[in-house]
Write a protein that binds this ligand. Structure first.
Ligand SMILES: [Zn+2]
Length: 285
């Protein structure tokens, strides 16, 4: 099991926990409590990793209900907080069918962007137990709820768009915002559960008005400056579906999803500074 997750210490009291699936979780450790933001796919023993860093009582919060953020919930007996609007979707995404798909992907990874190929499951992965894992002990959170860990205060903000119940956590002391998938250089708005482009635009305006200096996203390791948001805001403002490039993925089958890149950038520029895009289908205008 050791080695499945990679832990990167960030600011004092903050660790990023990454895995080969390219999704990051965040552990915050205060004086009295700890908080885990997202649980990833949960293929490895995440609980053991968390407990190697802290023995404090643990809050668990899901940024949204998607499979790659919630399937590790089952490893914990603690309450898992999630926005009410994503609760039902979380139950579907942590159900047996979605887990089977996730396991199949992990056995046959072909991700050129991540540089990951082949079977990435840990040697002692217990498939039966995993498939029956379920959603965990879900309870609702809403905007304004706050988690006081003792010197680390994390406040919930609603950031709908990518999903109806996407939330972020503002780390008040560090003026650092955790946005999950709510904001991203490769923002997915094409799935049926996503809201409209206008909803996403309103969320960007709301986030811009908030008092923070840095943010972290779920699918990249490094901290971004608030100003980076301008790339995403311009992309959302100028989006032209007709100019978009077809998004070729089994996840988008039949949805006519297109990758709409920021003006002056193409899909080949993905990963370059300044690149931003939104993957969107017709039902989201
Ligand atoms: Zn997502």
């Amino acid at each position: 099991m050791k080695g499945f997750y990679e832990i990167t210490p960030k600011e004092q009291g903050h660790f990023r926990i990454g895995s080969k699936m390219g999704v990051f979780m965040d552990l915050f450790v205060g004086k009295e409590h700890a908080l885990l933001f997202d649980t990833g796919y949960g293929f490895g023993n995440l609980k053991e990793e968390v407990r190697s860093l802290t023995n404090l009582p643990l809050y668990i919060v899901n940024s949204h209900g998607h499979v790659d953020h919630t399937c590790g919930n089952f490893q914990f007996e603690e309450t898992v907080y999630i926005h009410e609007q994503d609760m039902e979707m979380c139950r579907v995404h942590t159900g047996e069918q979605m887990r089977k798909g996730a396991v199949a992907n992990a056995r046959n990874m072909k991700d050129e962007h991540l540089g990951v190929f082949g079977d990435i499951l840990p040697n002692d992965f217990q498939e039966e137990q995993y498939l029956k894992g379920g959603a965990g002990n879900l309870a609702p959170v809403k905007e304004g709820d706050s988690f006081d860990l003792g010197g680390v205060t994390l406040t919930v903000y609603e950031m709908k768009g990518h999903t109806p119940g996407s939330i972020g956590l503002l780390w008040e002391e560090e003026k650092t915002l955790m946005v999950g998938d709510a904001m991203n250089p490769f923002l997915w708005l094409f799935m049926p559960e996503a809201l409209t482009l206008d909803d996403y635009r309103r969320t960007l305006v709301k986030i811009w008005s908030m008092n923070f200096s840095y943010f972290y996203m779920s699918h990249s390791l490094e901290r971004e400056k608030k100003e980076t948001m301008v790339d995403y805001m311009e992309t959302a403002r100028d989006l032209d579906y007709e100019q978009g490039v077809s998004f070729d993925s089994p996840l988008a089958a039949g949805l006519d999803a297109r990758i709409c890149t920021r003006k002056g950038y193409g899909v080949q520029d993905m990963g370059k500074p300044g690149f931003a895009s939104i993957v969107i289908s017709k039902g989201h205008f």
